[in-house]
Design a protein around this ligand. Structure first.
Ligand SMILES: Nc1ncnc2c1ncn2[C@@H]1O[C@H](COP(=O)(O)OP(=O)(O)O)[C@@H](O)[C@H]1O
Ligand SMILES: O=P(O)(O)O[C@H]1O[C@H](CO)[C@@H](O[C@H]2O[C@H](CO)[C@@H](O)[C@H](O)[C@H]2O)[C@H](O)[C@H]1O
Length: 544
């Protein structure tokens, strides 16, 4: 493939004799802007997901105008090409400002156009831009047939714009809070399709009236040159909250582990239970309730109820083929195995190449992971669709405690974009709903081990005892969640399979998730790789 990197042609001070409205048609500007300016700018952004690969060149895939009453901004769709022979698309909205005080952050380029000095900046920094997008959404025509399409839900009457600010959370997209009541999430990584977050948000809240996700309010999408609708932004109601369920769980677990000492608990005397056994609260032994407290189990029941209700809504569609439930098939089996074996090979390579970055327990577990590769591979191959009687549905796809907001005594489910590594098509494939449940169980396991590793010194127990107590607690969490989830979903006639099928799918999906997580952690926070490694071994070592 020819290297498209352009020769340097843009000289500071960057001066152009065209209006801002015509700048994007200036080929000299475009080629220099992409190769000299954006290549440096993009790689430094929090939202840029190509940091572990080598950028080759950037192309402008397309651009569109975001405009109102003579006020013009450009939405750029950038195609970032990598030396490793793949590419990613990113959305970057740009504005030209002549007042330096508007260009304090995310300044991309100083330039002079038609004698007017100023800066190109990321338009999201500009209140006028955020206001414009909000106003265009709330005043959108019902059937917008233009290329840049704004949409608002008929359930939503947008109030006049008053204020906006960045959400300010650690996130891979960029969310803006409007009037303290709405959130507009501008997707940064763009796929040539409707974003699953948009599709699921609209389907669940607008079409099915599911209450425990932020109601869909509106969106911005473009019709690209191939006539495909590409989601650029999603607007939802802001849910006032007390943080996410991950932080909530870590606080609860710290109390539970501290109780080991406070309540003089001998870990060897804690009653145990089989993983996946269904438990009503009354089935949880008094010693366990005394140790962990009743509240956390009640909360898990609520979370299980909200999860089941989400799947009941997702399984109740009979018209829109993107959502209608379906069965297991041979094609699904081939797709699944190909994907998982490819992912597993990638994880083996990542671990092999990064062993030098691991030590102590991580290193021991990573070596065991490599030694047991054939056993793991066999588990992935051991999937026979003819034995499975349950349904497949559209699912959350990346369900974990960090995707759940805590509000009073209830939970709200967020971020239906799916696993960041999967292709957009793979994210829309219907899956057993237990895949989400398995994701949540992995998250419980994560939270248990994160609590132990974060606070080990403050619990006067050996690591072996803490692991043992943690695994027991985890099994009770799983059991209580299972009982509420399975009971509710079966009452609503969603077929998640017979008892052995359910356990098979949960184990299969948990191994899949833990292997996925191993790659995620090795790439983003290697110190955490010990948690999925511990999870993989705990799944492999379970005999039943
Ligand atoms: N509608 C909402 N109401 C309240 N907080 C929200 C809402 N949407 C997102 N958030 C907050 O922003 C964070 C990031 O949102 P998320 O959709 O997960 O973005 P990303 O896809 O960029 O990770 C969430 O964890 C949550 O704390
Ligand atoms: O929230 P994202 O959609 O970006 O999901 C990615 O990042 C998650 C971490 O923030 C990662 O989740 C893993 O770590 C969580 C604790 O931080 C834990 O609760 C999850 O169970 C575990 O999978 C997720 O896998 C990744 O896709």
């Amino acid at each position: 493939m020819p290297n498209k990197k352009q020769e340097s042609s843009l000289q500071a001070p960057y001066t152009f004799d065209v209006e801002w409205e015509a700048l994007m048609d200036d080929k000299k500007f475009i080629s220099a802007f992409l190769s000299e300016i954006l290549e440096e700018y993009v790689v430094k952004q929090r939202w840029y997901g190509g940091k572990s690969s080598k950028l080759k060149y950037i192309e402008l895939q397309e651009y569109f105008r975001i405009q109102q009453k003579g006020e013009v901004y450009y939405g750029l769709l950038l195609e970032v090409n990598f030396e490793e022979a793949f590419y990613q698309h990113y959305f970057l909205p740009i504005a030209f400002v002549s007042d330096e005080s508007f260009a304090e952050k995310d300044r991309i380029l100083p330039l002079s156009i038609k004698g007017q000095e100023g800066f190109i900046i990321d338009a999201l920094n500009l209140e006028a831009f955020r206001k414009l997008v909000y106003e265009r959404i709330i005043t959108a025509e019902l059937n917008d047939t233009t290329r840049v399409q704004y949409h608002h839900s008929l359930n939503f009457n947008g109030e006049p714009y008053e204020s906006s600010k960045f959400m300010g959370m650690e996130q891979s997209n960029t969310s803006i809070i409007i009037n303290g009541k709405s959130v507009i999430k501008f997707f940064r990584r763009i796929y040539a399709d409707k974003n699953p977050d948009y599709e699921m948000s609209r389907f669940l809240s607008e079409r099915k009236g599911y209450k425990n996700t932020p109601p869909y309010q509106g969106s911005l999408s473009i019709i690209d040159t191939d006539n495909v609708s590409v989601t650029i932004a999603l607007m939802q109601e802001l849910i006032p909250n007390q943080g996410d369920a991950w932080d909530y769980m870590l606080k609860e677990l710290h109390k539970v582990f501290s109780n080991l000492e406070n309540k003089h608990i001998n870990v060897d005397h804690l009653p145990d239970v089989q993983l996946f056994d269904r438990l009503k609260i009354n089935d949880v032994p008094p010693q366990i309730i005394d140790w962990a407290g009743l509240n956390v189990f009640l909360k898990l029941q609520t979370l299980a109820r909200r999860t089941a209700e989400m799947h009941i809504a997702l399984g109740s569609e009979f018209e829109d083929t993107g959502f209608t439930p379906t069965n297991f098939t041979g094609d699904y089996e081939v797709w699944l195995k190909n994907r998982l074996l490819y992912q597993f090979q990638n994880r083996l390579n990542t671990v092999e190449n990064n062993l030098h970055r691991l030590k102590d327990l991580s290193l021991d577990l990573a070596k065991e992971f490599l030694e047991r590769k054939n056993e793991i591979r066999k588990r992935f191959v051991d999937f026979d669709w003819t034995k499975l009687k349950g349904e497949r549905l559209r699912v959350h796809g990346d369900y974990h405690l960090g995707q759940v907001l805590v509000k009073d005594d209830d939970f709200y489910l967020l971020d239906f974009e799916g696993e960041p590594e999967s292709t957009i098509r793979d994210r829309k494939v219907k899956q057993p709903p237990l895949k989400d449940v398995a994701g949540m169980f992995r998250s419980f396991h994560y939270a248990v081990y994160a609590t132990i590793f974060n606070n080990e010194d403050s619990y006067p127990y050996s690591r072996g005892e803490l692991f043992k107590a943690g695994e027991i607690l985890y099994r009770y969490f799983v059991g209580v969640f299972m009982e509420t989830y399975v009971d509710l979903i079966q009452k609503q006639n969603i077929n998640i399979g017979y008892s052995q099928e359910r356990i098979f799918i949960l184990k299969y999906c948990m191994l899949e998730k833990a292997v996925y997580e191993l790659g995620y952690e090795m790439n983003s926070r290697p110190l955490w790789a010990v948690i999925p490694l511990q999870g993989i071994m705990s799944i492999l070592n379970k005999t039943n």
